[in-house]
Design a protein around this ligand. Sequence first.
Ligand code: NAD
Ligand code: UDP
Length: 388
Amino acid sequence: MASAARLDLDGNAIKPMTICMIGAGGFIGSHLCEKLMAETMHKVLAVDVYNDKIRHLLEPATHPWSDRIQFHRINIKHDSRLEGLIKMADLTVNLAAICTPADYNTRPLDTIYSNFIDALPVVKYCSENNKRLIHFSTCEVYGKTIRSFLPKDSPLRQDPAYYLLKEDASPCIFGSIEKQRWSYACAKQLIERLIYAEGAENGLEFTIVRPFNWIGPRMDFIPGIDGPSGGVPRVLACFSNNLLRHEPLKLVDGGQSQRTFVYIKDAIEAVLLMIDNPGRANGHIFNVGNPNNEATVRQLAEMMTEVYAKVSGEPSLEVPTVDVSSKEFYGEGYDDSDKRIPDMTIINKQLGWNPKTSLWDLLESTLTYQHRTYAEAIKQAIAKPVAS
Ligand code: NAD
Ligand code: UDP
């Protein structure tokens, strides 16, 4: 339970605050709400169009935190109540976005509107009302690494100077305009620049978060179970879906891209430090990832296959993966980030944060959750006779 005497990193008592959390019903929002209810006395005005992932916190109304969380079903695209909620709060955390790669090249307009245009009023209301803002951007603003343009046999490819992603030094390298994959990264970059400029010119107190592949329970959806059957979620849910259905995992363009994966519960610790330590977080852009958990997508698929066999007790397929082209999987205009290793200097210095959970351990707890939550529903869906 929350103790009233929580201290910040400088030893001062943390005063309970009211947080307007936009996108609170999503993957990250649901974990942040859980953390705030269980371990702090902060209040949350939870804004989203959905609340399925936080229903366990809202109902029954007898939870010890029930008077500290309110759900507001609001689409921020067109709802005049948003400004009032931001005014009522001490801090706004904006998580709302279209953020699944399958949408970036197939729904580029929705992607750009969601990640730039819809975020504009949030920034404006915070700036005009002198409210603090924590805005969720993405590691994808770095785009491709400099390393990816070096000759394949160049020894410089091993030099971190050519791939380590630093908030205050690395360039943002995107593909050409017809590679619409970059619509998301570009919209996120522009809103970052706008927030930064609001800070510089109008004194907005802001923090920008760049998540590096946060994964864990409640991420996205399982197609045909709690999301559209033709939908394409992010890689964790795609691979979980394949494992649950005993299908081979699909490796896009050979699965050679590299990612670093961080456990959602580690990452949420970093966000809570930002919330509780404004003097250390304001004016900063933070990479939040786990540089020790790097894997190619192929290695991720292999590890998930092994972990799933362990937690489900079901044998793996003899041929557990299959190659698929990006054009076939995502359609025209897809492109990819080659490698994403976060530099941790700034977050270490400002907040003393370090991730703890290994890739194996985070996959074990996540796939245990996926199996417990979905295996039975998938069995029933597969057994259901097709309507004639
Ligand atoms: P998510 O899709 O699970 O959550 C986003 C939530 O925002 C959803 O519940 C959605 O309903 C809500 N939302 C979207 N548009 C809205 C609108 N117009 N009005 C009200 N609510 C709206 O995604 P997530 O993984 O929780 O990501 C949260 C943020 O973090 C996003 O901004 C995303 O770009 C960023 N991010 C996440 C990751 C990651 O690893 N999960 C990586 C990079 C960036
Ligand atoms: N990917 C894959 N198979 C899938 C889903 C994704 O090979 O079924 C790849 C995708 O091409 C990318 C990586 O996995 O290289 C991570 O994809 P994700 O959707 O998680 O988002 P990203 O990290 O690119 O933002």
